[in-house]
Design a protein around this ligand. Sequence first.
Ligand SMILES: *[C@@H]1O[C@H](CO)[C@@H](O)[C@H](O)[C@H]1NC(C)=O
Ligand SMILES: *[C@@H]1O[C@H](CO)[C@@H](O)[C@H](O)[C@H]1NC(C)=O
Ligand SMILES: *[C@@H]1O[C@H](CO)[C@@H](O)[C@H](O)[C@H]1NC(C)=O
Ligand SMILES: *[C@@H]1O[C@H](CO)[C@@H](O)[C@H](O)[C@H]1NC(C)=O
Ligand SMILES: *[C@@H]1O[C@H](CO)[C@@H](O)[C@H](O)[C@H]1NC(C)=O
Ligand SMILES: *[C@@H]1O[C@H](CO)[C@@H](O)[C@H](O)[C@H]1NC(C)=O
Ligand SMILES: *[C@@H]1O[C@H](CO)[C@@H](O)[C@H](O)[C@H]1NC(C)=O
Ligand SMILES: *[C@@H]1O[C@H](CO)[C@@H](O)[C@H](O)[C@H]1NC(C)=O
Ligand SMILES: *[C@@H]1O[C@H](CO)[C@@H](O)[C@H](O)[C@H]1NC(C)=O
Ligand SMILES: *[C@@H]1O[C@H](CO)[C@@H](O)[C@H](O)[C@H]1NC(C)=O
Ligand SMILES: [Zn+2]
Length: 663
Amino acid sequence: MLSPSPHPSLLLLLLLLLRLQSACGRCVFDEVQRSVRVVTPSAGSTSSKNSGMDDSQTVFTAAEQARSFHQHIRQTRGASRQCLQSQREMRQATTDMAPIRIHTWIPQESLTLSEVDRERLESAIKHTVSIVSSLLSVRRIPGPLLLSRDINKYCKFIWRNTSAANYNRCGRANGSYRDETCLDVVIPDEHLRGCAVFHHPDSDVRTELRRDGVGLDDTDFLLYLHIQNSHRCSIEPGMLAYAAHCQADTQGRPLAGTVVICREQLRQERYRHDTTVQILIHELFHVLGFSRTLFRTWRDCYQTHPAGVGCPLHGWVTNLDDTGHVRIYTQSVVRALQEHLNSTDHRLGAPLENLDADFRGLSSHWEARILLGSIMAATLGEPSTVQIDQMTLAALQDTGWYSVNRSRAQSLVWGQGEGALFGSLSTCNDSTSFYFCTGSGLGCHYHHLHKGECQSDPYLEGCRFYKPLANASECWKEENQPESVDWSGEIYQSESRCFFSNLSRENTTHRVSVAGHCYRHRCTGRHRYLIQVLDTDWLDCPPGSAIEVPGYAGVVFCPEKILCSQTDHATPLNSQDHGIFSVLGSSFADVNYSHAPHITAKPNLTFDMDLLSPEPWESAKVIVPILLALASALSLIIAVGAAYKALHGGVRVHAEAPDLLGL
Ligand SMILES: *[C@@H]1O[C@H](CO)[C@@H](O)[C@H](O)[C@H]1NC(C)=O
Ligand SMILES: *[C@@H]1O[C@H](CO)[C@@H](O)[C@H](O)[C@H]1NC(C)=O
Ligand SMILES: *[C@@H]1O[C@H](CO)[C@@H](O)[C@H](O)[C@H]1NC(C)=O
Ligand SMILES: *[C@@H]1O[C@H](CO)[C@@H](O)[C@H](O)[C@H]1NC(C)=O
Ligand SMILES: *[C@@H]1O[C@H](CO)[C@@H](O)[C@H](O)[C@H]1NC(C)=O
Ligand SMILES: *[C@@H]1O[C@H](CO)[C@@H](O)[C@H](O)[C@H]1NC(C)=O
Ligand SMILES: *[C@@H]1O[C@H](CO)[C@@H](O)[C@H](O)[C@H]1NC(C)=O
Ligand SMILES: *[C@@H]1O[C@H](CO)[C@@H](O)[C@H](O)[C@H]1NC(C)=O
Ligand SMILES: *[C@@H]1O[C@H](CO)[C@@H](O)[C@H](O)[C@H]1NC(C)=O
Ligand SMILES: *[C@@H]1O[C@H](CO)[C@@H](O)[C@H](O)[C@H]1NC(C)=O
Ligand SMILES: [Zn+2]
């Protein structure tokens, strides 16, 4: 019998594999944050209001806005009664903004790392923190940072008589209270305020349960790093890190959080520094404010409180657009997106991802179809193609907690100048689109640095673009030059870019169909450039035209828009010059790295993040074993894909996800 019909159990297995593949692109931040109870200094009465458990609606009504504002007033009142210290801090905190000082702390159990793993970790963390603190400034915390204890944990009974002197203070201790945690990390007592029991509602007589710790000097945010093989690490293949914040100040600004780094990923042979830094920045931005659990505590500092402290709650951070898609409508975000898309539409909020949204439509990521390539999109591509974009920095500015140096934003290339409708499901199938493609042919990634293949991914909802090839996609890497004779005259070197062409040597009958090919280019002006094909002179290549090349049959298409424009990217000699790494510009190179503190493995390891040199990393191959395994069974894939789609309400899945590394 010659029928190729697959065995049912094989089908089932493949279905399973496909599901795993699609799962590995997921950023689990929202899930993780939901499981964390956030503690604030006013924990006495209102800590649960600030916990990760969402209870409000997406669209705030005016009444809700007023209510949350009053709730905030009550919180700060409660806090000031309970905790004179934090009130004092707030008064002092009206000083100017200064770059955020992020202190990292690694619990002892994380420190049994090999030398190589530890170096990888340290260099990735330092690089990440230096980038983030070069972007964000805060009102610095005067004196040492002390985190709060959760009164609902250490206390069995709280005085609830509002007119009592000890209102909201602890009346009886919880005998089984042990410690405070931040996403499984036990917070050391030195980092925590003390706590006491007040035996009478009106008397100052107290029993101290714990003393104040010494706190952390020169710290505005405390980042716990947990290196482990957690359950989450093992169930989400390819997951590198996840995070949550667990403490906030009275203004709602996150004060402490944990990043869990999946240990196995550090050990991988294909480990990449740039991918790790990219993911850590993404997670840190979540933890610092770009989080759906925090939208309703963002502060509006545009109205009456330019200096920041005591800005009212925003209330209207998100709303629905005409199509029912949830967008962020804060001032800087709207402006940044208008500028990016070149639109004056004042209703142009920045859209949140609908595919990982909760029941209210809230997500902690940007919509991938519209803001692809942003550091806060749900899937991150090849690091050299990802930007810390204007919309993300505007959002962090609009939290009201940070002053963001937005001149350091990297222009998002995707969708530039394309107007308010860019990326909608109804327009992405348009075959004339510059950014989207149709079908599954070979071409060029829209930055022109990579050869690509027209593909979709789970977040693009059927829209497609030229994703970098899994292997040897970079035109600018000499080592990608094929050893065998290349009929299309490709040149791989630092000045090379990807061009659509069907050139083939005249002295061969070998004919090439139009695809992405690598040729040298040289800018001669804005949107003006010359190109060079193997064994030819430099040729003028007017954008929008197709030129012929002596000695070759066929044509090269000369792209418009990106090449030799303001947002054209320099050759990424190493990834530090490119993508998110160029955010620091020259300032990063100015640093004398030999001053950097040396980090040793100590149980109470704390290191202040000064700018430090990143390690060079090996470029690594992205392995797509499942794709390879299935290469000979194409019809089977299609059958399974159809079955999968039918099962999952039309969300498209393909068997390949090389750049969907776990976030
Ligand atoms: C609340 O405290 C005040 C002052 O201590 C006292 O006069 C009042 O009776 C208390 N009310 C209740 C309901 O316990
Ligand atoms: C007392 O503390 C323990 C350990 O932290 C906790 O599990 C328990 O829920 C607390 N009990 C009360 C009544 O808060
Ligand atoms: C913002 O960044 C730019 C570019 O790196 C730098 O020149 C400028 O001084 C920074 N501004 C502030 C306020 O830090
Ligand atoms: C923005 O749009 C206006 C009007 O549609 C056009 O004149 C202008 O050239 C565009 N600017 C950019 C940078 O695309
Ligand atoms: C684009 O067109 C193809 C073929 O007609 C269709 O299968 C796909 O669903 C369309 N995608 C979108 C986003 O409309
Ligand atoms: C990528 O290319 C290299 C060199 O051409 C080859 O050895 C390797 O097997 C390729 N990997 C994949 C996944 O195609
Ligand atoms: C075709 O021409 C190129 C350049 O002149 C030469 O290198 C190559 O060997 C030729 N190939 C054949 C098959 O003649
Ligand atoms: C190259 O592509 C152009 C445009 O599609 C086509 O007109 C031409 O015939 C092709 N030439 C060869 C040699 O394939
Ligand atoms: C960097 O600092 C070290 C130690 O202070 C010093 O020896 C070295 O000359 C400095 N290098 C540069 C380039 O400033
Ligand atoms: C932390 O490390 C310092 C320096 O090694 C040491 O003096 C101190 O005792 C340590 N503290 C704790 C709590 O381990
Ligand atoms: Zn995320």
